[in-house]
Design a protein around this ligand. Structure first.
Ligand SMILES: C[S@@+](CC[C@H](N)C(=O)[O-])C[C@H]1O[C@@H](n2cnc3c(N)ncnc32)[C@H](O)[C@@H]1O
Length: 290
């Protein structure tokens, strides 16, 4: 794996709301307005970001913005598809790790599925304000779990929020792994791997930049520069075989990984508007089941 060391000053300040969470939320909202039919059907996305941020959606429409918008929509759809399978198998707890402005909880179609949103306190506070401004009701079963993956283990945080550790759960972990240290990544995975049978986790990760083509490297550098400027630098990367090793090390035996070609085949085939993931393949999605 590839771990970029840095001082704590370079890391995300925990006292302010995540700017990258806003960035991906704007892209999901743009996807609703610009792409028909949407790969991710998310009627809450546009309402949640409010009129103040809607002006920023123009950026999501140029070529690079379009590629990223496709990826952001596809990864959410992928996680929600795996969640639906878990629910079908009887899972009744869904934990959204690094939830940011994820909207699943506010359009949850599964009766009896409890949702836990885990994130920094400041990001959750800001989300609450946006929800209030947009008059989006907080569902009864939803719990906010404020924590920093770097200093609190997931089981500690969840226990305080009424999570049932003796029952299976599904975890979605989108757009978070590249921002973590290897220690926090492993600690979180290990907690999930210890969950009861039937549990699982879906997430995405960034592939090691040195493995990218020249065009891919350029796209990566642009994106990495933007998130670093937002105070949330990428610092953790894996090659696919390294990720498989991490999942096995944590205790998982059943897993899958999908690259952009596979996601295109599943979610973007035969679209008339040509929307699809770009060939640069900056990241992958993965699922591991207990
Ligand atoms: C790029 S955003 C993705 C948000 C959301 N998962 C989505 O797909 O819209 C990254 C999220 O991870 C959260 N995050 C990053 N590092 C974290 C940490 N150490 N502890 C808790 N949350 C963290 C940020 O606050 C932010 O909400």
């Amino acid at each position: 794996m590839h771990f970029v060391k840095g001082t704590t000053l370079e890391f995300m300040e925990t006292g302010r709301a995540s700017k990258t969470a806003l960035g991906v939320a704007i892209r999901r909202a743009a996807h609703q307005l610009m792409d028909a039919p949407p790969v991710l059907d998310d009627p809450i996305a546009v309402r949640l970001i409010g009129t103040g941020y809607r002006v920023k959606m123009g950026r999501a429409s140029h070529r690079v913005g379009r590629d990223l918008r496709a990826f952001v929509a596809a990864r959410s759809r992928y996680v929600e598809d795996r969640l639906a399978e878990a629910v079908e198998r009887g899972v009744r707890q869904y934990v959204v790790l690094g939830a940011g402005l994820d909207t699943f909880a506010y359009r949850n179609p599964f009766a009896g599925l409890r949702v836990f949103e885990v994130d920094f306190p400041a990001t959750q506070e800001w989300k609450r304000e946006l929800l209030e401004e947009a008059e989006i009701t907080r569902p009864e079963g939803l719990r906010f779990v404020p924590l920093d993956f770097e200093d609190t283990t997931l089981d500690e945080g969840l226990a305080e929020a009424g999570f049932d550790g003796s029952a299976a759960a599904f975890f979605g972990w989108l757009g978070v792994v590249p921002y973590l240290t290897l220690v926090a990544f492993r600690a979180t995975l290990e907690v999930i791997a210890q969950m009861p049978a039937g549990s699982g986790v879906s997430f995405d990760y960034a592939v090691a930049p040195e493995s990218l083509s020249a065009v891919g490297r350029k796209a990566f550098d642009g994106l990495a520069g933007r998130v670093a400027a937002a105070g949330e630098p990428f610092r953790l990367f894996f090659m696919p075989e390294e990720m498989e090793g991490e999942l096995r090390r944590a205790g998982f035996n059943r897993m899958e990984q999908l690259d952009s070609d596979q996601l295109n085949e599943i979610y973007f085939k035969d679209r008339e508007d040509g929307l699809k993931l770009s060939a640069v393949k900056l990241g992958r999605v993965a699922t591991a089941w207990v």
